[in-house]
Design a protein around this ligand. Structure first.
Ligand code: NAP
Length: 375
């Protein structure tokens, strides 16, 4: 029997797009959120889906949405502030949990704190199942598998090319970004995770005919690729880095800024000033990304596997349409697959561990994430 799917956050920009992607796949999720009138509007537009009211500030209401074996998809952000109750509900119920977070501290919390709890209850937790960070995990796993036992490092880069005609991010994304500006991030070196500010390392990747700069970020790859390597694929893996190449020439400033991030975070008046500036930028942003900017942008995800002396062993480039389209499609695909077939394992899982590389590759292709020619 197919499990129930609940979509928490269905009234938001990403949530509504995910609801549409689910109905396109023939799924009939329960649309959940805090505002019954707005839920009814989305439900009606999509042909009369069931709805349920729950508020992240009332954890019992979120818990009442699901039972054992159900699939809970959350797009309620910022996750650092509002994401905890949905994870706790899934852990308590023994459900499958998927979310749209891109916030590194939240991802780390799911893997390090909630994962062990979920193993005890039989829940499966899959954070960041969207543009950030499924395609990079997939590209990284493909490069790692191709390069094999000699692999010492994998570097993954995320790029958005083109994008004319306005703001390419939703206000919800900018709000989440502002919330993690001064938070500690992480890097994976020699068998464990280390604290490290975002942007500390910088390098260039060759993407779509140009060398493009990118700076480091905490992601899912730092959890996923070492796990895959440890299954015997690449026992000598020592380094996993993830780079964001979304900032173009401003990447250098992001990199230099990382050197003072710990100082800013510790210095109360400066931290307040940075947060106030970020808050101002968020307030000025429009609610939804510009459709023209999204339509004219192409994403590239590059993974390079190298040996101990830095020699390139394998390189994989994937490409996809806009980040919100693939986030909605990935969440819809994963929820449908999990509802019908379940996932492999319990605890905090990464996309490769939960679905297997071949199934994930097929699911990603359905979302439009496909190999690119990147000479
Ligand atoms: N990883 C990725 O690649 C990726 C891609 C897209 C989005 N995201 C992330 O997904 C999140 C959502 O983005 P968005 O653009 O959809 O933002 P949004 O349009 O602001 O949507 C936020 C949703 O959260 C709901 N919400 C807020 N507070 C709530 C509460 N206390 N209880 C229940 N629901 C509550 C809102 O409900 P109301 O309608 O009632 O306000 C709305 O449905 C952000 O964190 C964003 O960064 C990540």
């Amino acid at each position: 029997m197919t499990a129930k799917i609940v979509l928490f956050g269905a009234t938001g920009y990403t949530g509504a797009r995910t609801a549409e992607a689910m109905t396109r796949r023939g799924l009939a999720p329960v649309l959940a959120g805090r505002d019954p009138a707005r839920l009814a509007t989305v439900a009606e537009r999509l042909g009369g889906l069931p709805t349920a009211t729950a508020d992240a500030s009332d954890p019992a209401s979120v818990r009442s949405l699901i039972g054992a074996g159900d699939v809970l998809v959350s797009t309620v952000g910022p996750f650092a502030e509002r994401g905890g109750p949905a994870v706790a509900a899934a852990v308590d119920a023994g459900a499958v949990y998927l979310d749209s977070t891109g916030e590194p501290p939240f991802i780390r919390e799911v893997f390090e704190r909630h994962g062990p709890e979920a193993e005890r209850t039989g829940a499966a937790l899959l954070p960041a199942f969207g543009n950030d960070y499924v395609p990079g995990v997939l590209a990284g796993a493909m490069a790692l598998t191709e390069a094999g036992v000699a692999t010492a490092s994998v570097h993954v880069g995320y790029f958005l090319v083109g994008g004319r005609g306005g703001q390419p991010f939703s206000k919800g994304t900018l709000r989440s970004l502002a919330g993690v500006l001064l938070e500690p991030m992480y890097a994976w070196r020699d068998g464990s995770l280390h604290d490290e500010p975002a942007g500390l390392r910088m390098r260039e990747f060759a993407v779509a005919g140009k060398d493009r700069p990118a700076a480091t970020i905490g992601a899912v790859e730092q959890f996923a690729l070492p796990r895959l390597a440890a299954t015997g694929v690449a026992p000598r893996l020592r380094e996993v880095d993830v780079y964001l190449g979304w900032f173009g020439p401003a990447t250098k400033a992001v990199h230099l800024g990382s050197k003072i991030t710990p100082f800013l975070a510790r210095t109360e008046p400066l931290a307040r000033a940075v947060n106030a500036l970020a808050g101002l930028a968020v307030r000025r942003a429009s609610e939804e990304p510009s459709a023209a900017a999204l339509a004219s942008s192409t994403s590239y995800f590059v993974a390079e596997a190298s040996g101990a002396s830095g020699q390139r062993l394998a390189s994989v480039t994937l490409t996809a349409p806009d980040p919100y389209a693939i986030t909605a499609d990935l969440l819809a695909w994963a929820a449908g697959h999990a509802a019908e077939h379940g996932v492999t394992g319990t605890g905090a899982l990464d996309p490769v561990a939960a679905f297997g590389l071949d199934t994930l590759r097929a699911g990603a292709a359905e979302a439009g994430i496909v190999p690119a020619h990147n000479p």
